[in-house]
Design a protein around this ligand. Structure first.
Ligand code: DAH
Length: 380
């Protein structure tokens, strides 16, 4: 056996036995590096006679190829094993118990939504949802807010770019401003009223929590915020039901049995008559306190569903009537839990969340739990 074959066998054995990528690299250097054993032999070829040089050269090249291939294959195998070992080491055991002293917290927005659902759930409402990206038709037109209606200006709408496929359609049939398929980020949860009435037959009793969007940003406005919408449609629904339902809600939510509630005439395009709902409060000493203090604080918009809105959804207003309401979730959460700045809701600051957040197992219920005697979780 010549020198080249002997070295080849030796290195192939070492490669087979190599236990790590580092060991493999050491073998590569020892064999093929600048001072490697095969490299040295290659260098010595020049001193041989032509015939011997050809034979030895061919054997050395063959040995070099075999070693290079073996190194690549072993590298692949060891690399895979190293990655598998690393993944196994990093695997999280999700069944481990939560570390005592640092449980996760429910965000006040989620908590408030759960509380509102629990109260209306007791009254027989079911949760409905709709898309954040909404068609102009559902967000405005069907709610009795046609293209030129001034209420559109107040909504600071985020419009999505026109969809090319729909533009020609619009130009052909509706004129420049009337594309009812134009997409918007919904400016309120009210379009879910429309979607529900088009999809289901009365009687209806829905509660709709969700995200809403307006191009507005300061200490009391965020471009993304949350609303909750309510809708009841039935043959005998009247203003008395609206009032009873919302008084009951306000008192349950703020957990004050004799909380004063006032209905103040107002205007919304989709309700007639419309009323804003105020709750009693006190502002003595510059400090706001919910309850009977002689002052008033607006928290809700409401009204009897406009006959045109019912008609837009294929419901006969001579047969059915409805009431609806809408409310900002951040606003009532701030009032209930004494959170001073709207912007902090979205900062994802863990210290804030530990203070204002809620323990996961404090599930809201009108019978038991945080609805009675609720306090920010971290303050306990
Ligand atoms: N959509 C209204 C807004 O965003 C809130 C509202 C008012 C909803 C009255 C209603 C309602 O359903 O009846 O300002």
């Amino acid at each position: 056996m010549n020198e080249a074959d002997r070295l080849r066998d030796e290195f192939l054995r070492e490669i087979r036995e190599a236990a790590s990528l580092d060991a493999l690299e050491a073998i590569r250097i020892a064999a093929l590096g600048r001072r490697g054993r095969l490299t040295e032999l290659m260098r010595g070829l020049g001193a041989l006679a032509p015939e011997a040089r050809r034979n030895a050269g061919a054997a050395l090249n063959a040995a070099k190829d075999e070693i290079t291939t073996a190194l690549a294959e072993a590298g692949e195998r060891l690399g895979r094993a190293a990655r598998a070992a690393q993944l196994a080491g990093e695997r999280a055991d999700v069944t481990l118990p939560v570390q005592a002293g640092e449980p996760g917290r429910i965000h006040p927005i989620s908590q408030t939504i759960d509380e509102i659902i629990a109260i209306f759930g007791e009254m027989g409402f079911v949760v409905a949802e709709g898309p954040h990206i909404e068609e102009d038709f559902y967000n405005f037109t069907a709610l009795n807010i046609p293209p030129e209606h001034p209420a559109r200006q107040e909504h600071d709408t985020f419009y999505l770019p026109p969809r090319p496929a729909h533009r020609s359609n619009r130009e052909a049939t509706l004129g420049a401003t009337g594309d009812s398929s134009r997409l918007v980020l919904r400016t309120h949860t009210s379009p879910v009223q429309i979607r529900t009435m088009l999809a289901q037959k009365p009687p209806l009793r829905i509660i709709v929590p969700g995200r809403t969007f307006r191009a507005d940003h300061d200490a009391t406005h965020s471009p993304m915020f949350h609303q909750v919408e309510g809708l009841v449609v039935d043959r005998t629904t009247h203003m008395g039901h609206l009032k009873g339902c919302l008084i009951e809600f306000c008192r349950a939510f703020f957990d004050i049995d004799d909380l004063p509630v006032r209905f103040r005439p107002s205007y919304f395009p989709f309700t007639e008559p419309s009323a804003e709902v105020d709750i009693g409060c006190s502002r003595r000493g510059g400090e706001l306190q919910i309850g009977s203090g002689g002052d008033w604080l607006e928290i809700l918009g409401s009204g009897m569903v406009h006959p045109q809105v019912l008609k837009n959804c294929g419901i006969d207003p001579a047969e059915y009537q409805g009431f609806a309401f809408g409310m900002g979730i951040e606003r009532v959460a701030m009032l209930k839990y004494g959170i001073p700045d709207l912007r902090t809701f979205y900062d994802s600051d863990l210290r804030w969340l530990r203070y204002y957040g809620f323990l996961p197992l404090d599930i809201p219920s009108p019978v038991r739990g945080p609805l009675t005697g609720a306090s920010p979780g971290g303050a306990a």
